[in-house]
Design a protein around this ligand. Structure first.
Ligand code: FES
Ligand code: FES
Length: 163
């Protein structure tokens, strides 16, 4: 049994310690936002945050996560109360099929928590590990920029979204 802290809640998970975090999120905790893309750490569809950093959950075993805070897209807002990045992605119409988007948003969240006003070059550099098969990269970059503006206007408290 391993205790996982996900979106502020502690879950006692009965799974092999080598199980990838992605499988536990989806199969044990019914948190289906993070997606299985390649399963090899090469696409970013499974990106979540651990200790404030973007992490590829398909290659992260739960054995290294005991009591470290994990954040998923479900922890950033709800349909009725979307967080700043979720709002910005909607307003910029940054999703096509949507498969990559949860990972994109979590990677962007990690950037904006560390650097609230990144330059375009910093956004591009930071987002590089995450791929979008639909080619919406330009809109995704605009959405991250817009989210930074929303967070600036709303103040630091807006970074901590309470779903
Ligand atoms: S599914 Fe994890 S990086 Fe592709
Ligand atoms: S919106 Fe389809 S993969 Fe990115």
């Amino acid at each position: 049994m391993i205790n996982l802290n996900v979106n502020g809640q502690t879950h006692a998970v009965d799974a092999d310690p080598d199980t990838p975090l992605l499988y536990v999120l989806r199969d044990h905790l019914a948190l289906n936002g993070a997606k299985f893309g390649c399963g090899l750490g090469q696409c970013g569809a499974c990106t979540v945050m651990v200790d404030g950093k973007a992490v590829l959950s398909c290659i992260t075993p739960i054995s290294v996560l005991a009591d470290r805070p994990v954040k998923t897209i479900e922890g950033l807002g709800t349909i009725d109360n979307p967080g700043p990045l979720q709002r910005a992605f909607i307003e910029e119409q940054a999703c096509q099929c949507g498969y990559c988007i949860a990972g994109m948003i979590l990677r962007a969240q990690a950037l904006l928590e560390r650097n609230p006003l990144p330059s375009d070059a910093e956004i591009r550099q930071h987002m590089m590990p995450n791929l979008c098969r639909c080619g919406t990269h330009a809109r995704i970059l605009r959405a991250v920029r817009r989210a930074a503006q929303i967070m600036q206007a709303a103040g630091p408290a807006s970074m901590v979204v309470k779903p």
